[in-house]
Design a protein around this ligand. Structure first.
Ligand code: ATP
Ligand code: FE
Length: 337
């Protein structure tokens, strides 16, 4: 079974080919146009997707060393994401499916982030989690704890009631004058800083849900107050600010994850989404794994950021399950798992 996966939910146009769960190619075209705006501009994103989609798909097929006629089905991201961006991938996938006479498969982007853990490498490398497992999904738009019982059987047991973890990184980075997306910059600068130098407000919400908007506000007010005294406060303390901010975000993430592991009795722990690239988070997860006897599985870096391989692998499992979409499939800005 050979699946063409297409991802266009935000600002990356991506296509990938997966054959029987093994990755053959994974092509991502980023969009530079958003940098000067400090965030993704939806209208510019859909236009760039339109320009990128055909070359990206062509490249994915060429790099996989297959012919178009080898493809068994085309999987696309239906949502959640930016509607205009999703429309480009959805329409392309529908057209491709019609022209090639192959089935269409709709994929939930978040489910894709989780199933990225099941991508097999050509050289045979494969280290998937065992069911049931918990997945800490931390991305630009979501922060969730998901109980995964099977490939296509997932339950969100905790989620953010406001901002996502990635959003907290990006918004706080922006007020420090760092480029968008700020997460990787905070990560880099935090390495030279003292994580205990500054304290920021942590949310007090019960259960397994997250909240990050309070932290953002507390960070903003803290900077504003200090800038009144010293206009160079940010430049002089950049590393410590980044380290302390990152420490707080990780602490919030891990508290609820530990709680979830305790409540469910599940010790198979995984992480997904762009923020899982964060080096501080990876270290903290490993420390907790050692302490609590978790079996921790972290996906390869290239599969944690938005990519189409995760859409193709999800498409593969849906194909095996006979879950196909019709030409009437429409994108959704917000979808649940
Ligand atoms: P969603 O999947 O919820 O729709 P998204 O696709 O925009 O959101 P991803 O591409 O999975 O999100 O992740 C992007 C986010 O990851 C950004 O917020 C970015 O700042 C963050 N990020 C990437 N690398 C790091 C890092 N090293 N440290 C912290 N954050 C990071
Ligand atoms: Fe994503």
């Amino acid at each position: 079974v050979t699946i063409l996966g297409i991802e266009s939910s935000c600002d990356d146009t991506a296509a990938a080919i997966i054959r029987d769960g093994v990755i053959l190619s994974n092509v991502v075209a980023g969009q530079k146009v958003h940098e000067e705006y400090g965030g993704v501009v939806p209208e510019l994103a859909s236009r760039a997707h339109q320009q990128n989609i055909i070359p990206v798909v062509d490249r994915a097929i060429a790099r996989a060393g297959i012919e178009k006629s080898d493809i068994s089905a085309v999987a696309f991201t239906r949502g959640p994401g930016l509607l205009g961006s999703l429309l480009v991938g959805t329409s392309f996938a529908k057209g491709f499916s019609l022209a090639a006479g192959i089935p269409l498969i709709e994929v939930n982007h978040l489910q894709g982030h989780v199933l990225a853990l099941f991508i097999k490498e050509k050289d045979g490398a494969y280290n998937p989690p065992k069911f049931p497992f918990l997945c800490l999904l931390v991305s630009g738009g979501n922060s969730q704890i998901i109980l995964v019982r099977d490939y296509l059987d997932m339950e969100v047991i905790g989620q953010t009631i406001d901002d996502a973890a990635g959003e907290a990184f990006d918004k706080c980075a922006k007020v420090m004058g760092l480029p968008y997306p700020g997460g990787p910059h905070v990560d880099r600068l935090a390495k030279q800083g003292d994580p205990h130098r500054f304290n920021f407000a942590k949310p007090r919400i019960s259960g397994l849900d997250y909240s990050f908007s309070g932290l953002k506000t507390s960070f903003l007010y803290f900077l504003r107050d200090n800038l009144k005294e010293n206009e160079n406060f940010i430049e002089e303390n950049q590393a410590d600010l980044c380290a302390s901010l990152q420490f707080t975000i990780i602490d919030i993430l891990l508290n609820k994850l530990k709680k979830a592991a305790k409540q469910t009795g599940v010790k198979e722990i995984t992480v997904a989404g762009g923020v899982s690239a964060n080096s501080g988070l990876r270290t903290a997860l490993q420390e907790n794994a050692n302490k609590h006897g978790w079996n921790l599985i972290i996906p390869k870096f290239e599969y944690t950021m938005d990519n189409a391989a995760m859409i193709a692998i999800t498409g593969y499992y849906k194909y095996l399950n006979g879950e196909f979409a019709g030409q009437d499939a429409v994108p959704f800005a917000r979808t649940q798992l």
